[in-house]
Design a protein around this ligand. Structure first.
Ligand SMILES: C[S@@+](CC[C@H](N)C(=O)[O-])C[C@H]1O[C@@H](n2cnc3c(N)ncnc32)[C@H](O)[C@@H]1O
Length: 334
């Protein structure tokens, strides 16, 4: 049989992407991974779900060999299940996190429409998706880099849910400070820290990094981390100011592990494009957010007086941990 025309491939691929997101968010992919086999009618009833929709989405996943479905209603992992289980967070990030933006994409492009709040996205779905692909593709590599350094107090910049600070506090006998400008993120972080019973070791600061002031509390910090908020600090001049400010605010920092996704070089064919990258480019373009390239970062970090001791690529395409130390005005490398 000849392959389907591009139009059919694109249309059906879109449906598969939304089916993966929905089944991920309902917990079916994880449940199937744990159990190895699920009886779909019982599973739908147990979770009070609309069985007809579940069946229809599972039919789509079965056509893509992500699952297999039998006539008796049982589902099993298919040939591509392991790949999709690892990458499912990207789908939730794209289709649920940015679904509302895509629904009204044409409406966001006329210049006259680009007024405050014109971009609608679902922060919870973005955080859930990010947490999932972070666990798969960031945490292990980050831990590997972290093990090379001694630290007593770590401050995580743009900490979001504080998931990574909680992880660090569990693995190392260190204290943590989470800093974020979003009150919702700080609230979520506070809840997570409380649930983990780590209030005595992790504190939070609601503040914009662009205006953060020195304090005795921040003087105790010897390690800085930042995950996926570096690009938020661009354009270049604004980010330069923050990077310089960080050295003044965190006077005793010896290391800064800055982890972010950078702009890929322009692609020439679709066959070379990995998962995530185009979605990252398109959503940030729509939001008017410049994504720096790896070279942009290296040049700016040097100008801002952060010496780069190494760049460690991580499992997310075009993403790396920049291992930095401050160059102090005295010429001393801490
Ligand atoms: C993409 S999220 C990443 C969250 C978390 N680091 C993670 O990896 O899951 C970026 C976070 O940076 C925060 N942020 C962005 N710009 C900031 C700024 N200027 N000052 C403080 N926080 C900022 C946002 O509020 C958001 O929580």
């Amino acid at each position: 049989m000849s392959p389907p025309p591009l139009s059919a491939e694109l249309f059906n691929g879109h449906l598969a992407a939304v089916a993966i997101s929905a089944m991920n968010e309902l917990g079916l992919l994880d449940a199937l991974d744990r159990a190895g086999v699920l009886h779909l009618p019982s599973w739908a009833e147990q979770h009070q779900l609309h069985a007809m929709t579940v069946d229809s989405l599972m039919e789509v996943l079965a056509l893509y060999e992500i699952v297999t479905c039998s006539a008796d209603g049982t589902a099993r992992p298919g040939k591509h299940f392991a790949d999709i289980l690892r990458t499912k967070g990207y789908f939730t990030w794209l289709t649920s996190g940015y679904g509302r933006l895509f629904q009204n994409l044409s409406g966001t492009i006329p210049l006259a429409a680009r007024t405050q709040g014109f971009i609608e996205r679902d922060g919870r779905a973005i955080a859930l998706g990010g947490r999932d692909y972070g666990r798969q593709f960031v945490d292990e590599q980050f831990d590997h880099v972290l093990r090379m350094h001694d630290f007593r107090v770590v401050a995580d910049l743009g900490c979001g849910s504080a998931e990574r600070l909680i992880g660090m506090a569990r693995r190392y006998p260190a204290e943590g400070i989470g800093i974020d400008m979003n009150p919702g993120a700080i609230e979520l972080a506070a809840r997570g820290i409380q649930e983990a019973g780590l209030e005595h070791r992790i504190g939070l600061v609601l503040s914009d990094l662009r205006t953060l002031e020195p304090s005795p509390r921040l003087d105790r910090v010897d390690l800085l981390t930042s995950f996926f908020n570096g690009h938020d600090l661009w354009p270049r001049e604004a980010c330069l100011a923050v990077l310089e400010r960080l050295k003044q605010v965190f006077r005793n920092v010896t290391r800064f592990l800055l982890c972010d996704t950078y702009r890929a070089e322009p692609f020439t064919t679709i066959s070379g494009v990995p998962i995530f990258t185009l979605g990252f480019h398109v959503t940030h373009a729509a939001m008017g957010q410049y994504i720096p390239t790896r070279a942009d970062w290296l040049e700016l970090l040097e100008e801002a007086g952060w010496q780069c001791n190494g760049v460690h690529e991580i499992g997310i395409p075009y993403s790396a941990i920049f291992d930095l130390s401050p160059v102090r005005r005295t010429g001393r490398h801490d």
